[in-house]
Design a protein around this ligand. Structure first.
Ligand code: NAG
Ligand code: NAG
Ligand code: NAG
Length: 247
């Protein structure tokens, strides 16, 4: 059992850079060797000890199992900040491991017709229905980064039916939302997907992302999980412009 878990986590590690944020957003951490040890505690946002990120206590780093600390450090070094979902889930180490193993299995899957941007868009659209600010804000940021489209996720957040989506994306979101709303899923749903190049395995991928994040949305809900401030601005301004204005 322990071995299996370790194998799973090692896989997570090997794919670390693809795990949460693409290399293109790693900014100044980009090319550095990742041996830096992060010393601070995980419990607050931006070191502001008076502003909690959620309702449950976050364990001190020293009290957390090593595999969890290692993964958090890796994500933080590679991303430039540690998304609050890692801190919140560390309250339950066994669930932390299960959560990120499942997350990795569906989000970093290398087969099928869903791009990374497609996956993020499914999370955005369904998390709106589930009233989850953390998930909408974090995953719309990731959508902007992966798609290089700074406005589409915002459009989907307000009203996906009026967003500048392709017919393919529309069909994908229609299915994801039918799963999200627990509608009666029939053959017709699968046929509509097929008309846009999504086979049954792709339908599973869309359904599984919708389902997993419905669970994640609910955990964020009762734990009162707050998004990191970094997510709000990520991917809104093209990098060349950003560089030009800061030099
Ligand atoms: C820390 O958070 C508290 C509570 O939200 C806020 O009043 C205070 O201004 C924050 N301090 C800093 C330095 O951001
Ligand atoms: C779901 O749809 C199928 C096919 O149209 C139908 O036979 C079935 O009765 C429906 N089930 C429910 C619970 O509405
Ligand atoms: C339309 C499209 O991209 N179809 C591809 C979906 O994925 C399968 C296998 O993963 C490919 O064989 C299809 O070409």
């Amino acid at each position: 059992m322990k071995r299996l878990l370790l194998a799973g986590l090692l896989q997570l590690h090997r794919r670390g850079s693809a795990f949460l944020l693409p290399l293109s957003v790693l900014g100044s951490f980009g090319g550095r060797p990742q041996t830096r040890t992060l010393k601070h505690a995980y419990s607050t946002e931006g070191g502001n000890v008076t502003k909690p990120i959620g309702r449950y206590p976050i364990p001190n780093k020293n009290d957390l199992p090593y595999d969890i600390v290692e993964l958090m450090d890796e994500v933080e070094v590679k991303s430039g900040f540690l998304p609050n979902v890692f801190k919140a889930m560390s309250h339950r180490p066994a669930e932390f491991r299960a959560f990120f193993a499942y997350y990795n299995a569906i989000m970093n899957k290398e087969t099928g017709n869903l791009s990374k941007a497609d996956r993020e868009l499914i999370i955005v659209a369904t998390s709106v229905v589930n009233d989850c600010p953390y998930c909408v804000i974090a995953h719309s940021a990731l959508h902007r980064i992966y798609s290089k489209k700074p406005t589409l996720a915002d459009q989907v957040i307000v009203n996906w039916k009026k967003a500048d989506l392709s017919d393919r994306e529309r069909a994908m979101l229609e299915f994801a939302l039918a799963v999200c709303r627990a509608e009666n899923i029939t053959e017709e749903h699968f046929q509509k997907l097929e008309a846009h190049g999504f086979d049954r395995e792709d339908a599973w991928d869309i359904g599984a992302i919708s389902a997993f994040f419905a669970m994640s949305n609910r955990i964020a809900h009762f734990t009162d999980l707050h998004p990191n401030s970094e997510f709000y601005t990520m991917g809104r301004i093209p990098r060349e412009k950003e560089k030009a204005s800061s030099s």
